[in-house]
Ligand binder design. Sequence first.
Ligand code: GLA
Length: 458
Amino acid sequence: MATESPATRRVQVAEHPRLLKLKEMFNSKFGSIPKFYVRAPGRVNIIGEHIDYCGYSVLPMAVEQDVLIAVEPVKTYTLQLANTNPLYPDLSTSANNIQIDKTKPLWHNYFLCGLKGIQEHFGVSNLTGMNCLVDGNIPPSSGLSSSSALVCCAGLVTLTVLGRNLSKVELAEICAKSERYIGTEGGGMDQSISFLAEEGTAKLIEFSPLRATDVKLPSGAVFVIANSCVEMNKAATSHFNIRVMECRLAAKLLAKYKSLQWDKVLRLEEVQAKLGISLEEMLLVTEDALHPEPYNPEEICRCLGISLEELRTQILSPNTQDVLIFKLYQRAKHVYSEAARVLQFKKICEEAPENMVQLLGELMNQSHMSCRDMYECSCPELDQLVDICRKFGAQGSRLTGAGWGGCTVSIVPADKLPSFLENVHKAYYHRSDGSLAPEKQSLFATKPGGGALVLLEA
Ligand code: GLA
């Protein structure tokens, strides 16, 4: 499993309307026929939010929505990139001098991250050019990982053009690292599930070393995704990186409090591992070591015995240099409690007690509360949507992905699905003020989909 490469499948393009349309558009754009296609899915995270970059396991599944790229390698060294969506402008650039501008999260930069990651991994400086046409149907900036799907898809495109081989695990690790060229300090969840997903099962994703284990979801329930229609592009603001830094600082202060070598510690999980205690005990240590009042940079420097200059240059990321308030207690409490909920969720799925849907729903509700109150990554619209979903039959509902907008995921007993969809639609999307853009409105039941693969025309 750990050494398996992404599959290559032969398909009759004429039998797949989306592929056929992409092939035709490719032909009218570049005047030729694609040599191959690559698809990489988006994901919905069922539970385990904002803990992957702290070293803790998460529990996502791939959705069927994906990024699909038609590719033709060419003899020049030029990359020509186009998108079927006219909102995303074309790009033409040298394939061997990739520049990624961190100040603007432009769509093509995600492609370039994937390409550059693979190029660097093999130390290739003469990558052949290619014509690529991208078609995505994952709602953007909605917490379903459209950007990581593009990074992963581009990574697999580049690997295929090079004619090299990598395992899914290696690809996921390279793409997780290379997406950081955009400037966000994400964990590895999105890229891992995009490569390691398998149809019909959610996955527990563990890190260091990266591995994925099947988690069988209850057959009597359906997972429903609903878009709050509030857009959140995590690369366009510093919210995301501030949380990563707060967790990093909390880890260092906890390590110092426990007389560990704090300067090497980056993640909250490392503190637990070094102390060899349970998550519940880590919650108690957090209460003893940290205070609920926010910390300012001066206090953090005093606790660690470092200068402001050292804090900025050695610990903080470029876009968090001027942050004045760090809520270390709340963030650490969220992370340790959320990590415990993931393990409980998996255990319930394995033991399958009669009331499992209710128990899983309760964990999802607790997760949302913790994201809202302790991690402060929700927003009023997400809170309202979660309430509506619960009111109309969800046993549990929570924000999914980075938050501050985007989608919710709800667990709904299968027999309640039709009325749930109808009522949530009426209550959330049918607003008299017409404030929600119709193209963003989406409410759909989802099933665990398969991972990234290469498609060849049969
Ligand atoms: C984004 C990041 C992930 C993860 C989630 C929050 O999707 O890319 O690595 O941190 O946010 O759980």
